[in-house]
Design a protein around this ligand. Structure first.
Ligand code: PMP
Length: 372
């Protein structure tokens, strides 16, 4: 009497730490200008689409067999790409690939985190680090940042010494704020993490191709507990492909194989990724265009009178707002979808095509006029 009957949700024996939680996900709304998920706005060039079709057709003839479990050809090509673009020599035994860098991160936490272990990230940062920690039963520690979103190094060192986490996440360029983490900061955190445990330091470079500076890959030299994770989702314009990878000491690559599912990378995925890696020259030219557009967004947003966080990524964090959610809504009413990442006072816009960015800038210019 008066009590509501239990729903199937209430009686499902879901793990306690998952109860009452919502799945990760940005709204996928059907609006004219979608600048909310840091995708590359340019479809793949037609000659690459052709090459993918050829490679996939070839792979289709062998689909009765399981794919190359170790993805050797793909890892060899990824290693060559890293070597060519960073000047740091990487071999195939130092590279591992999975279905998106989210899966790379999941495999790292399954290997180095897990029940009874912890991971730390410096927030606000990529929220999936904490969610994958939860999914793998790894405890999560929220580390500090300064007001300007740079990492507070002494406070971070103290947090590492105090909590002795098993995994330390550093996202550079950081999402959603856009700023890069200097090499000295990563080195300081690595030293702190080695002194405390030793623990693994995972540098998430999902957006590094868009940065003004370079990759931190050369730091791998002599640091067997450092991992750099990368993705083909952003710079390569291939978010739909689901291909992420890491570079680390070969021992790390051996270790993650203990948790990977056999044949996790389908033959179709491997064939598609290999085709894309034949066209990195063209794909990186789109990156140059996007970097120019990103810099234009920063300049114009500041000219309009917004505060902007320095950006090395394909997106820009802007503010400040008393009610970011209300502003998000007003921008959406003008046909432009940006992202409210829950950072109080700030919103994030992905750099799109020049036309999309103009539509966004027109919308926020109008809003500014309304306010004054
Ligand atoms: N790392 C960061 C910092 C990201 O922003 C994202 C995607 N939003 C990812 C990793 C995961 O990307 P994917 O799984 O598509 O490689």
């Amino acid at each position: 009497t008066g009590t509501t009957p239990p729903t199937p949700w209430d009686t499902l024996p879901v793990r306690a730490e998952l109860r009452g939680k919502s799945p990760y996900g940005a709204p996928q709304l059907d609006v004219p200008v979608r600048l909310n998920t840091n995708e590359n706005p340019y479809p793949l060039p037609e000659e690459l689409v052709e090459r993918i079709t050829e490679r996939v057709r070839e792979a289709a003839r062998g689909l009765n067999r399981y794919p190359d479990r170790d993805a050797v050809e793909l890892r060899t090509r990824l290693a060559a790409y890293l070597t060519e673009t960073t000047g740091h020599r990487v071999g195939p035994t130092e590279v591992w690939a999975a279905n998106g860098s989210n899966e790379v991160i999941q495999q790292l936490l399954q290997t180095f985190g897990g029940p009874g272990r912890t991971a730390i990230g410096f927030e606000p940062s990529y929220s999936m680090h904490a969610l994958i920690a939860r999914g793998t039963g790894t405890g999560w520690i929220s580390g500090p940042r300064h007001e300007d979103f740079t990492i507070d190094v002494p406070a971070a060192e103290r947090a590492i010494a105090e909590h002795r986490p098993d995994v330390v996440f550093v996202t550079t360029p950081n999402n959603p704020t856009g700023n890069s983490v200097p090499a000295e900061t990563v080195l300081a955190l690595y030293e702190a993490a080695q002194a405390a445990k030793p623990s693994m330091v995972v540098v998430d470079e999902a957006y590094v191709e868009f940065s003004h500076g370079g990759s931190l890959l050369p730091l791998l030299e002599g640091r067997p507990h450092l991992v750099v994770s990368r993705t083909m989702s952003k710079a390569f314009g291939a978010a739909g492909l689901r291909l992420g990878y890491l570079a680390a000491h070969p021992a790390v690559v051996d270790a993650v194989q203990l948790v990977r599912l056999p044949y996790h990378l389908s033959a179709v995925t491997q064939a598609t990724a290999l085709a894309a890696l034949e066209h990195t020259g063209t794909l990186l030219r789109y990156v140059e265009r996007l970097k120019t557009e990103r810099d234009r967004l920063v300049t114009e947003l500041r000219a309009i009178g917004y505060e902007v966080t320095e950006s090395d990524a394909n997106f820009v964090q802007f503010g400040r707002f008393d009610d970011a959610r209300a502003v998000w809504r007003k921008i959406l009413d003008r046909g432009v979808l940006v992202r409210d990442n829950g950072v109080p006072g700030w919103l994030r816009v992905t750099a799109g095509t020049p036309q999309e960015n103009d539509a966004f800038l027109d919308a926020v210019r109008e809003l500014k006029k309304e306010q004054s």
